[in-house]
Design a protein around this ligand. Structure first.
Ligand SMILES: Cc1cc2nc3c(=O)[nH]c(=O)nc-3n(C[C@H](O)[C@H](O)[C@H](O)COP(=O)(O)OP(=O)(O)OC[C@H]3O[C@@H](n4cnc5c(N)ncnc54)[C@H](O)[C@@H]3O)c2cc1C
Length: 465
């Protein structure tokens, strides 16, 4: 069975890898000159730069098996224990966030009143299962306004670059929504989950020794010449039971030649917004898909000499709530603290793992998102100035950065907004109407790398039925 896989992000690569292992003949067409989509790594001047994603969370069976089958389990790099601590900015300063419901009682992040309100959460009745509630309304209703401002709002910025007033709790955070529906209370569900080993999220944060880019690289290597780079798909047609997929071959960004090939099935694993640039057969309306908004994000990595940073950087990073109006960044990862590059066995400095050279630190900052979309397209110099200004205030930085790197994602993360159920229904309708057509990507089962990989695996499984 010949299968055209469109898009070589983690969803498309996973689908193709699984199809190949099952004996099918996938061909992956990728518009860009490299595979990986928003995952990619480069080491520049001794700093390890991640273009987009920085960490994966294991305890996702699809991702765990994928990593093993791709031969990368020995290269998994766990986040340091330090990274368990997270900071949220309050009053213009990073304040340690509570690590568990029990810590909430003493956490300086929340006022005594907010803590008392949050403790009443188990008494709040659950919402109707048919209701589409925003993340903001959900957090306010269950835990109170401060829990929204200093808890859910910065968390949403970190995961989606999103606006909690627009995102739908049941689609954007289905696990939390199910906790309310099944246990009647998030606190009760968490406490029960701690007791019940089966339910416990045992996984931790990981990367690979040479960065997250190792995952798409290993999958690409396994696909060999079944992966066609610089080959954007422009047209998809149906001819009886077959699919004809056509596109361009790019050289230095310009179309040099065109190509056209027959397939038995298509796995569409490019973003939803890319559908608009592809000529498609007649079929059910794509309008609910074209409505999906993607948050723009820019990533700025900065390296400093350690002695120039006053903050201990003893954590995963810091997130900025939208109510902290004097600060414009969305948040910063303390990248070189998450993966300090010391082997736990020998405590020797390992330069191939380290995210920054000795005596230096690397900070990775996100700007833009739905909160302030225009910031994602700032010219590089202005973005550096904005980020540096905020970092100086928040982390007490004195010297100049010794390293800078910036990238912008015009449409970075799909927003699972209120009404997203229509989008998911439209995808199902399309798959039902077009036999041999399957869809995978971060718009389907969640936006994390694990969820995108799961959607790829699921598309491959259905394709093989
Ligand atoms: C800045 C940032 C940081 C993130 N951090 C994390 C993190 O730390 N942990 C985590 O779990 N998740 C993170 N995420 C989310 C996660 O990385 C993504 O949701 C996931 O990798 C998306 O995978 P995908 O395959 O669905 O899509 P993509 O990676 O977007 O891949 C789609 C591919 O399709 C290609 N394409 C588009 N049009 C065409 C066409 N016409 N023909 C052929 N190819 C086409 C694109 O070039 C692209 O390569 C982050 C996302 C961003 C943007």
């Amino acid at each position: 069975m010949r299968v055209a896989v469109i898009g070589a992000g983690i969803a498309g690569l996973t689908a193709a890898f699984r199809l190949r292992l099952a004996g099918a003949e996938p061909v992956v067409f990728e518009a860009q000159a490299r595979a990986g989509g928003v995952i990619g790594t480069e080491r520049i001047e001794g700093f390890l730069v991640e273009f987009g994603s920085t960490t994966i969370q294991t305890a996702n069976p699809v991702l765990d098996t994928l990593i093993r089958d791709a031969g990368l389990d020995m290269d998994l790099l766990p986040a340091s224990k330090t990274a368990r601590k997270r900071y949220i900015v309050r009053g213009g300063k990073p304040v340690a966030a509570p690590g568990s419901p029990a810590d909430l009682v003493t956490s300086p992040l929340f006022s005594a009143r907010a803590r008392r309100r949050a403790l009443r959460e188990p008494l709040i009745p659950r919402s109707r299962p048919t209701e589409e509630e925003s993340v903001a309304d959900f957090a306010r209703r269950r835990f109170g306004p401060e829990a929204l401002d200093y808890g859910m709002d910065p968390f949403v910025a970190g995961v989606y670059g999103g606006d909690p007033k627009r995102l739908a709790i049941r689609h954007a955070f289905p696990r939390i929504w199910r906790m309310e529906q099944e246990s009647g209370s998030i606190v009760r569900a968490l406490l029960r989950g701690r007791k019940d080993k089966k339910n416990r999220m045992a996984g931790g944060m990981f990367s690979f020794r040479k960065g997250l880019g190792q995952l798409p690289e290993a999958l690409s290597d396994a696909l060999g010449d079944r992966l066609r780079l610089s080959a954007p798909v422009r047209r998809i047609e149906r001819q009886g039971a077959r699919w004809i997929v056509s596109g361009d071959r790019l050289l230095a960004g310009h179309a040099q030649t065109t190509w056209s090939e027959p397939f038995d099935a298509v796995v569409y694993a490019a973003p939803l917004h890319a559908l608009a640039s592809i000529a498609l057969p007649e079929g059910p309306s794509l309008e609910p898909l074209s409505r999906v908004v993607y948050a723009p994000l820019a990533v700025t990595a900065m390296g400093f000499r350690r002695e120039h940073v006053g903050h201990p950087l003893d954590g995963f990073g810091m997130l900025v709530p939208s109510v902290e109006r004097s600060i414009r960044i969305l948040g910063t990862l303390f990248t070189s603290s998450i993966f300090p590059g010391r082997s736990s066995a020998s405590s020797m400095f390992q330069s191939d793992i380290a995210r920054a050279p000795a005596e230096h630190v690397l900070l990775t900052t996100m700007i833009g998102g739905m909160r302030n979309p225009a910031l994602a397209s700032l010219p590089e110099k202005e973005a550096y100035d904005l980020v540096l200004g905020d970092l100086r205030r928040l982390l007490n930085i004195s010297g100049e950065p010794v390293f800078r790197w910036h990238t912008a994602w015009e449409r970075a993360v799909p927003q699972y907004d209120i009404g997203y159920g229509d989008t998911l229904d439209a995808i199902d309708r399309l798959e039902a109407a077009w036999s041999g057509w399957f869809m995978a990507g971060n718009y389907r089962m969640g936006v994390s790398i694990g969820d995108a990989a799961k959607s790829g695996e699921e598309a491959a499984r259905r394709c093989l039925l």
